[in-house]
Ligand binder design. Structure first.
Ligand code: LHQ
Length: 278
């Protein structure tokens, strides 16, 4: 916690992605409210670059991703020329897989490999890839009026941005299939009840709750938090014994790190710990 955070490069107020910093918490806000913050290739690239920047900045110890206006993100902007369907005799089919390869996959992997915890503060509707980007974050909290829509089936696509992997693991196959096949709007309270997200808060408390949670995580042993994410992800494909062994390897390495020595010493000395690993 000793590093002074660098100020993030300041985008103009009408930029598609707003970036701000409070203490050690970096906040990224999707900002295309007229299009419900739908992803253009530019917004996807900016989000990934902003996450890269946060990852490299030792003064950042937690990231919050949210949206401006009444939506979190309506998924892919279907009017983006890169994918907008063309009609007529001269129309050439577009390979929308390129967008996944070049933008969505790197972004989803970037979120999941951040060296600090990432909180999604879902302020409104989260549809398609917007929903699944949120679900890939480490903590997902939502405003009461928010909702989640697996909109893909309605336009003839499969869940992407990790949706197939995340949904089946978060809520099990039966619910995952219902959500993906029907594409119905899932209110935030129901998403929390199903275990799809961590918690729901009153609309007016979302931003403050997200910032408070992020600040709390920022004061914790970052490496241990990030390795917990990694251990949970790996445990999904390990047998029990191999999971035990992975825990032991991680614990062994963390045991030599400053934050464990500090955490244990502070406990024994009955004082507050000061964590600094990242
Ligand atoms: C939008 C969008 C939008 C453009 C609202 N695009 N303008 C990956 C790779 C390649 C290809 C395809 O996809 C993917 C991944 C995906 O994410 S696929 C899924 C794409 N997303 C959707 O299909 C969701 C489309 N949106 C909706 O179904 C509705 O807008 C929802 C349910 C999110 C919200 O409904 P309402 O609250 O009724 O709002 P609205 O529909 O009236 O939208 C407000 C405005 O936002 C409107 O523009 P306008 O100029 O008429 O006010 C919409 O056109 C625009 N908008 N989503 N994805």
């Amino acid at each position: 916690m000793s590093q002074t955070p660098a100020q993030p490069s300041a985008p103009p107020a009408d930029a598609a992605l707003l970036i701000s910093q409070e203490g050690a918490v970096r906040t990224l806000s999707f900002n295309r409210p007229a299009a419900l913050n739908a992803f253009t290739a530019q917004l996807l690239a900016q989000t990934r670059a902003a996450l890269d920047e946060a990852a490299e900045d030792a003064g950042v110890r937690a990231v919050v991703i949210t949206g401006t206006g009444r939506a979190f993100c309506a998924g892919q902007d279907l009017s983006d020329p890169l994918i907008k369907p063309e009609f007529g005799a001269d129309a050439r089919p577009k390979d929308i897989g390129h967008l996944l390869d070049n933008y969505y996959i790197p972004l989803a992997l970037r979120v999941r490999s951040m060296p600090v915890p990432v909180i999604a503060a879902v302020n409104g509707v989260a549809a398609g890839a917007g929903a699944n980007l949120a679900l890939g974050c480490d903590l997902v909290i939502a405003a009461e009026s928010a909702s989640f829509i697996q909109a893909f089936s309605k336009i003839g696509l499969v869940p992407d941005c990790g949706g197939t992997w995340l949904l089946t693991r978060l809520v099990g196959r039966a619910k995952a299939m219902e959500l993906a096949l029907l594409g119905d709007k899932l209110p935030a309270a129901e998403a929390a009840r199903l275990g799809l997200i961590a918690r729901v808060v009153p609309n007016e408390e979302l931003a403050a709750t997200a910032q408070a949670l992020a600040a709390r995580l920022a004061g914790m042993p970052t490496r241990a938090l990030v390795e917990t994410r990694q251990a949970f992800d790996e445990a999904l494909s390990l047998n029990f014994e191999d999971a035990l062994k992975l825990e032991a390897v991680m614990q062994s390495q963390l045991g030599f790190a400053h934050d464990y020595l500090e955490g244990a010493a502070a406990f024994l000395e009955k004082r507050a710990p000061i964590f600094k690993d990242r």
